[in-house]
Structure formats: structure tokens, C-alpha cells
Design a protein around this ligand. Structure first.
Ligand SMILES: Nc1ncnc2c1ncn2[C@@H]1O[C@H](COP(=O)(O)OP(=O)(O)O)[C@@H](O)[C@H]1O
Ligand SMILES: [Mg+2]
Length: 342
């Protein structure tokens, strides 16, 4: 069980109303290697835990039709005579993102941290490429794939933090897609690994992708789970239906960014398949762990590096803020080119 999962487990067992006040810090560096990269193909442990209970606001009953004491009845006689039908209790949210705060995942509350600052610097060029003047929807520039050479480098962590950071933007909505079908870390983290998702859509078990999207308690953030396990992940991701889905996601909501938490490039062939349809690629590199030759191999798998950016993750001291000495993203962001790869 990873550091994030442990923290989320602990948090969910607490009273939800205490979450905001809890300032507990989670030490990140020590557990960073806990994912076993040698066992990438093994099935993920299915979480038996049910989804979190709805927040207090969601649980509140619909407003009573009776007028409260003290209302000036003469002011609204018609409204009193014919009370408006009250809306049904809102649908329960599928995911409570705020619960991830303790696990080192950015939320609205953590916007002054060094990690939030770094994430802002990372997202700016991504948004510029996705929605700037030069962007072309036909090139799927609003589709962003987060991958790495090997497992455990921080793809899921980066995807989620990036998604939260972009969702905090005024005009942007974000869809997170768990496309790491063999090891769906995002779905596990969000406790949606028992929900139908991408594989069910690709197998035509669900025709409407909209029905598979799950709402979060962050209004501009939705998620598509990986879905049921399937033996032929690569074939599913390379299918015509997947191509159509990419196109639909790219053009249907042009101001939305879609982040694909993807498999590692050197462990499966799925990431290379995905990369061929995606406008922007972020390659996460784990500091002090991933050897340079693996990074080069991963870049070679991607072919052209025109749309590839590198993020050095888990730096103990960052270029951006070396005084902090804590653990997080250590450097900025920039598109790779031939000279960068030497
Ligand atoms: N920048 C970071 N700071 C702290 N912990 C991190 C960071 N990036 C990743 N981790 C931790 O490292 C582990 C592996 O990260 P994860 O995102 O699951 O990797 P991947 O998706 O590439 O397999 C997780 O426990 C995660 O919480
Ligand atoms: Mg992952």
C-alpha cells in the first residue's frame, strides 16, 4: 500500500468534518519507493472499502415547504399559496478530493506551498500549448499524457496534482482519465477502481462515455476510472473506438484539458500506443533513481520529442526553491529537443 493510500485510508476512517482542521504532515520521501516496479503486470488489490459517505451538506434534507417563523407573508402571497416543488436531494458526489490533502496531494487549501508553486510553473506552458493562439484542436493539444520510463516514478501523483492545479484555473475544466489499465493507481487512489470506466467503454459495454464520468467535490474536475480488468489492454487502447474517443474528448469540450495517467513506456507497449494520439506528453523522471539510459530509451519509444516535456520528480532540493529542502518537484518544465537529450 502506497503512502497516499495509507493516508487516505486513515483519513476516511476519521470524522469527515474534522478533515479541514487536520494539519498532520505526511512524510513523503521515505515511502517513495514502495511500489514494486518488478511486479507491474500483477493485478491491483481491489479495495473492499466503499466510497466515502456524503458530506454534511449533501446529506442535508431538502428544504421544508413550510415557511419559517417570522417571514413577511404579505410579501409573497402566491409563493405561499403554491409552494415551489423542491429539487430532489442532489446526487451524491462520486469522489471527495479534499480527503487527499493529507496525502501530499494539492487541494485548494494548499495553494501557498512550494509544491503548489512548482505545479503552477509546470502547468503554465501546458495550458499555453493546449489553448494558446497556435493550438489546433485537430492536433489534440488539450489531451495530455503523463508517462515515465518505469513504474513508481510519480505518474499518478503528478497527474492528480496537475489536474487539481489546472481545475483551480478560472476558465478550465479537467477530466482525469486512468489509462494505466494494468495498474490503475489513479482509480485506486480515488477509490473508484470498482467502477465501470475506460475498458467498459472500449468494449462497448457502455455506449455513452458521459455516463462513466464521475463527479468530484471540485466542481471543474471529473474522472474516468480505468474500469474492469481486461486481458488485452494494448488492443483496447489501440482500437478504433479509442481513436474516436480521443477525438471526441479533444473537440467536444475545447476548453477542457484531459489528463491521461498512463502506463510506463518501457514496461508495456500501451503507452507508446496512447502517445500516438495525444497532443502533449509529460515524461516524469524520478530523481536519483531512473538511470539516464532508461530516460533516453523512453524518449526513443516516443519517437518525435516535439511535444514531450520532462519533469524531474522527487528532488530533495529543487532548482526553484533550494532553501526548502523538502521533497517534491525539483525543477521547472520545458519541451525536450535533440540537444536536451544528449
Ligand atoms: N513528488 C512527490 N512527493 C512525494 N511523494 C511522491 C512524489 N511523487 C510520487 N510520490 C510517491 O511515490 C510513490 C509512487 O508514485 P506514483 O505516482 O504512484 O507512481 P507511478 O504512477 O509512476 O507508478 C507513491 O507512494 C507516491 O505517493
Ligand atoms: Mg500510477
Amino acid at each position: 500500500m502506497s503512502i497516499i493510500e495509507k493516508a487516505v485510508d486513515k483519513l476516511r476512517s476519521d470524522d469527515a468534518s474534522a478533515n479541514k482542521k487536520n494539519q498532520q504532515q505526511v512524510g513523503a520521501a521515505g515511502d517513495a519507493q514502495c511500489l514494486d516496479t518488478q511486479k507491474y503486470d500483477t493485478c491491483q488489490e481491489k479495495s473492499q472499502e466503499s466510497l466515502p459517505s456524503p458530506s454534511a451538506a449533501e446529506q442535508s434534507k431538502p428544504q421544508q415547504a413550510d415557511q419559517p417563523l417570522g417571514v413577511d407573508v404579505s410579501a409573497q402571497p402566491e409563493a405561499l399559496a403554491k409552494p415551489e416543488p423542491q429539487p430532489a436531494t442532489p446526487k451524491k458526489l462520486d469522489i471527495e478530493m479534499m480527503a487527499l490533502n493529507l496525502a501530499g496531494i494539492l487541494t485548494d487549501d494548499s495553494h501557498r506551498t512550494r509544491q503548489a508553486e512548482e505545479m503552477r510553473m509546470i502547468k503554465r506552458p501546458i495550458l499555453q500549448n493546449a489553448f494558446g493562439k497556435k493550438h489546433k484542436p485537430s492536433e489534440h493539444s488539450n489531451l495530455l499524457m503523463v508517462t515515465s520510463a518505469i513504474a513508481g516514478e510519480g505518474k499518478t501523483f503528478t497527474s492528480l496534482n496537475l489536474a487539481l492545479s489546472i481545475a483551480a484555473e478560472m476558465d478550465r475544466t479537467v477530466l482525469m482519465v486512468d489509462s494505466d489499465l494494468a495498474k490503475p493507481g489513479l482509480s485506486r487512489l480515488l477509490r473508484i477502481d470498482d467502477k465501470p470506466g475506460l475498458t467498459n467503454y472500449l468494449r462497448d459495454e457502455e455506449k455513452d462515455i458521459g455516463k462513466l464520468l464521475l463527479r468530484t467535490d471540485i466542481p471543474k474536475l471529473t474522472a474516468l476510472p480505468a474500469g474492469s480488468r481486461h486481458a488485452h489492454c494494448t488492443e483496447l487502447l489501440a482500437s478504433n473506438r479509442m481513436k474516436q474517443l480521443f477525438h471526441e474528448l479533444a473537440v467536444r469540450y475545447p476548453d477542457r484539458i484531459v489528463i491521461f495517467d498512463s502506463p510506463p513506456l518501457l514496461v508495456t507497449s500501451e503507452a507508446s500506443v496512447l502517445a500516438s494520439f495525444i497532443g502533449q506528453i509529460v515524461l516524469v523522471v524520478e530523481s536519483d533513481r531512473t538511470p539516464q539510459h532508461l530516460v533516453k530509451d523512453a524518449l526513443a519509444q516516443l519517437g518525435s520529442t516535439d511535444n514531450v516535456s520532462l519533469i524531474l520528480n522527487k528532488c530533495k532540493k529543487g532548482f526553484l526553491s533550494t532553501q526548502m529542502g523538502s521533497y517534491g518537484y525539483g525543477y521547472g518544465y520545458g519541451y525536450g529537443n535533440e540537444s536536451d537529450q544528449q
